[in-house]
Write a protein that binds this ligand. Structure first.
Ligand code: SAH
Length: 288
């Protein structure tokens, strides 16, 4: 086995207890179709294949794909796609036909209409693609993933994980928190120390579970909400009304915040996700 490749964010999980927590958090049943991103040497893949009849693994590293194919040879539950997860159009590649165990997928540009679309994601992801990957899996406020996954269990950088489940009014609650929490329920499963990997990454990690769902209170103008969140958090020390003044008159924001029983001097991080939606809906009404 070759040396881990830094540029692909390769850190092999070596902790069986963490592995078990990841798998338990995903509550996998035989009928689930699991998407694994970055199977690497297959430690997680082995557990996934033992629990589910369909595991679709996407791995960018050709050498690893070769060893994975040998390791899981003749296992009809395992389907390997060699490629960059961010470039793949899974909708196009897979379809909703019953699974008839086609050969392994070596060329992402060839369609595989016989594998059903995955309904769960379980992955120890390369940290350098965290942001774009979250967007790929969840979509964005203005365009949620039209095929939401039932659950997404990810091992990621602790600093990013903290932002995903941060409650409002805390330092870690930022634009990413609002964007992700609007699209999914987020929870911490467990922290993961660097020593659980070989080689250990420079940062601490954590396992989180995301459950996509429509937010109970929908934004009338999701594009506007997305814009308000982006601009509202642009300078974290500033009051919200000052950050937003290029978009909306300061006095109007003050009126909205007061009408919502919020402090007009509030900062972006003080508003809960429902408050963001309310603010956006009020502004949207005003613009009509
Ligand atoms: N799941 C394994 C490996 C995790 S390391 C384990 O837990 O031990 C991250 C893995 O993601 C590596 O195998 C790396 O080659 C792969 N990878 C990196 N960038 C990728 C990308 N853009 N698309 C798919 N896989 C990627």
């Amino acid at each position: 086995m070759g040396r881990p490749r830094k540029r692909f964010g390769q850190h092999w999980l070596r902790d069986q207890k963490i592995l078990q927590k990841i798998v338990e958090a995903a509550t996998i049943e035989k009928c689930d179709r699991v998407l694994e991103i970055g199977p690497g040497q297959g430690i997680l893949t082995k557990s996934l294949v033992s629990l589910s009849d369909t595991v679709i693994a996407v791995e960018i590293d050709r050498d690893l794909c070769r060893t994975l194919n040998i390791q899981f040879e003749k296992d009809a539950r395992f389907h390997l796609i060699q490629g960059d997860i961010l470039d793949l159009d899974l909708d196009n590649l897979l379809s909703n036909q019953p699974d008839v165990h086609p050969p392994d997928i070596q060329h992402p540009n060839i369609q595989h209409p016989n594998i059903q679309h995955p309904n769960k994601v379980v992955a120890n992801i390369p940290y350098y693609i965290t942001g774009p990957l979250l967007e790929k899996l969840l979509g964005r406020i203005r365009q949620p993933n039209p095929r939401p996954f039932d659950s997404i269990v990810l091992l990621l950088q602790k600093e990013v994980a903290d932002r995903l489940y941060a409650p409002p009014g805390t330092k870690t609650f930022g634009a990413l928190s609002v964007r992700v929490q609007y699209l999914a329920d987020c929870e911490l499963i467990c922290p993961v120390p660097a020593k659980s990997f070989k080689p250990p990454p420079k940062v601490e990690s954590a396992v989180v579970r995301l459950r996509p769902r429509p937010f109970p209170m929908q934004a009338q103008n999701p594009k506007l909400l997305e814009q308000l969140v982006k601009v509202g958090f642009s300078q974290k020390r500033k009051m919200l009304r000052n950050n937003l003044k290029g978009l909306i008159n300061r006095d109007q924001i003050t009126d909205h915040l007061e009408a919502m029983a919020l402090n007009p001097q509030a900062r972006a991080e003080d508003l809960s996700v429902p408050s963001w939606v309310t603010l956006s809906n009020r502004v949207s009404e005003m613009m009509k």
